[in-house]
Design a protein around this ligand. Structure first.
Ligand code: 16G
Ligand code: MG
Length: 552
């Protein structure tokens, strides 16, 4: 590192002292904490993002300020790699040490050592670009400013602020600028692409007039999804959608949004008896999660949840149908379709997907793991039960499809190829995206002529319960086998298994949260009472093994 670079870093770093006595971790999906302590972290991750751009030959890197479904006073920061995907896991330890360096001198030493090891040119000879986005949190603007200061303290690096966007939009734009050779790609291109491909799917519906599926109401978690869905609604002239909890009145993520609806299985605020019988959906605060639901009549706010597993099943079914129109056993190329889930996937969904003849794989929780696995297929469909997921298409498959679109003689096959092509354009290739996911669900339901009830009947969820336990140190829990088995502390897995086998169709696992200081418990069983009982007794067990005990 040359002297000019060194003094620039020293000067700017001293304006962003780290919070005392707090250890931050990049976690499952970036740093998250109370917004008031994040200035220094975000400044430093600005530096990291600039270094990442330098390392990747000047590719555009994304930096998103959001704490997703967490409370409005929290915020967070995460980095998107050139293909719009999550920051490579190799750099996470560096992110942790950068965020926790106690003073400017040690920070600069870390950067110098890392740049040397990674062969990153830190002499201003190369340019670097970082795109900055944020959700609607009030702390977002000043954190974007901190990130810019970090970026600018790397000579040759520029930060471009694209304002308030959904997390998936930022990832999409980063990808478009690098991979699709659209150096000036913006939110407008995103809206154009998703609306054009959605229209294409609708135009390809056979016997369209019979397929009205009625109104949709979307709970936007009082977050950024509201204003973006409004743009799509106008662009598509879509009168059948009503946007609620768009953020004009309520508080971000407070008793609203996909996380609340999915975990508590209740209707979000602003929904009630008049909405019985209507198809409803919920996005989370930064619009990367999507779930559907209907309100149970006289059900005291309870809902029928149509979660990420069911969205996955709908997508898988549609893709399988289109592929079976397009291919038969005589085809020399048979596209490989794979489905990726986590341990949170309802057992009934996995059974259903297996029955469809699909190859189902499990990974630990967190998009970065599912996304990576999904890449191993020609069509990789991944979803977490909480509503985060997408469909990835391989280049080889897309080339094959391109050829089929133009050379297939049968109109039916041509249309199937066009539909799959439109899906690949609609669904976000960088990361799970509630808005494009919502449009795909709507297009498929219209295609099938299905009500939400019909969709929900694909299979019946096993009753489940999720609980969380506050523990002294969540890192004491170490899991294996895609988080289904606890290795440490010793003895706890045997105790969990002994409880689980008592319940017909019982399944239970515990894992340390990657975003909160808790251990999570998931249980499912044949009845709700049994799932609740199993979850509660395992939560007690976790507390016995790891809880806060006086004198320990
Ligand atoms: C983050 C992850 C989500 C995961 C959740 C688990 C991304 C973009 N988001 O929100 O996929 O389900 O964390 O949280 O990866 P937990 O570790 O606190 O249970
Ligand atoms: Mg989110």
């Amino acid at each position: 590192m040359n002297e000019q670079q060194q003094s620039l870093l020293v000067q700017s770093a001293s304006r962003f002292p780290p919070p005392q006595g707090i250890k931050l971790s990049y976690g499952t999906a970036g740093f998250r904490a109370d917004a008031s302590i994040l200035q220094s972290t975000v400044f430093r991750i600005g530096i990291l993002a600039a270094l990442r751009s330098l390392k990747t030959g000047g590719a555009v890197i994304g930096l998103m300020i959001t704490a997703s479904h967490n409370k409005v006073s929290d915020n967070g920061v995460k980095v998107a790699d050139p293909a719009g995907e999550m920051l490579t896991q190799d750099w996470e330890p560096f992110a942790d040490s950068v965020a926790n360096a106690p003073d400017p001198e040690s920070l600069i030493q870390l950067i110098a050592d890392f740049a040397k090891k990674e062969d990153i040119p830190l002499n201003g000879s190369k340019g670097a670009t970082v795109l900055l986005g944020r959700d609607t949190r009030p702390s977002g603007e000043s954190l974007v400013e901190a990130a810019k200061q970090g970026i600018c303290s790397v000579i040759g690096a520029v930060g471009i602020d694209i304002g308030v966007v959904t997390t998936p939009q930022l990832h999409w734009i980063v990808r478009a600028r690098n991979k699709d050779s659209k150096p000036s790609a913006s939110e407008l291109d995103y809206f154009d692409q998703v609306s054009t491909s959605f229209r294409c799917l609708i135009d390809l519906i056979p016997n369209k007039s019979q397929h009205g599926i009625g109104k949709l109401i979307v709970d936007c978690a009082n977050g950024v999804g509201g204003e973006k869905l409004q743009v799509l609604k106008q662009k598509l002239n879509w009168s059948d959608v009503e946007i609620r909890n768009s953020g004009e009145q309520g508080v971000l993520n407070e008793q609203v949004g996909a996380d609340y609806v999915q975990k508590d299985k209740v209707a979000p605020q602003g929904f009630g008896p008049p909405d019985v019988g209507v198809r409803c959906a919920s996005l989370d605060g930064d619009a990367d999660r999507l779930v559907y639901f209907t309100i149970i009549p006289n059900g005291n706010n309870r809902i029928n949840l149509v979660d990420g597993d069911k969205i996955l099943s709908l997508f898988a079914l549609f893709i399988k149908d289109q592929l079976s129109i397009l291919t038969d056993y005589t085809n020399e190329y048979q596209p490989r379709v794979g489905v990726v889930q986590t341990a949170y996937a309802n057992g009934a969904s996995t059974k259903y997907l297996n029955q469809l003849g699909l190859h189902v794989i499990f990974t630990p929780t967190g998009v970065k793991y599912l996304h990576e696995k999904a890449h191993e297929f020609d069509i990789g469909i991944y979803f977490e039960a909480n509503g985060h997921g997408t469909i990835l298409f391989s280049n080889r498959f897309l080339r094959w499809l391109e050829d089929k679109k133009s050379t297939e003689k049968s109109l039916e096959k041509q249309n199937a190829a066009m539909r799959l092509w439109a899906v690949s354009k609609l669904i976000n290739q960088a990361v799970g995206d509630a808005l494009s996911g919502l449009l795909l669900v709507e297009a498929i339901l219209q295609h099938m002529g299905w009500s939400v009830e019909k969709w929900n009947e694909l299979y019946h969820d096993l009753p489940s319960r999720q609980l969380k336990v506050k523990v002294a140190d969540r890192t004491a829990v170490v899991t294996t086998n895609a988080e289904t088995i606890v290795e440490k502390p010793p003895g706890i897995q045997e105790a969990i298994t002994a409880l689980t086998v008592k319940y017909p169709q019982g399944r239970c696992f515990v894992r340390p949260s990657g975003t909160e200081d808790v251990v999570r418990v998931y249980a499912e069983a044949r009845t709700q009472e049994a799932a609740d009982e199993l979850a509660t007794s395992v939560a007690k067990l976790v507390d016995q093994f790891l809880g806060f005990h006086v004198g320990m």
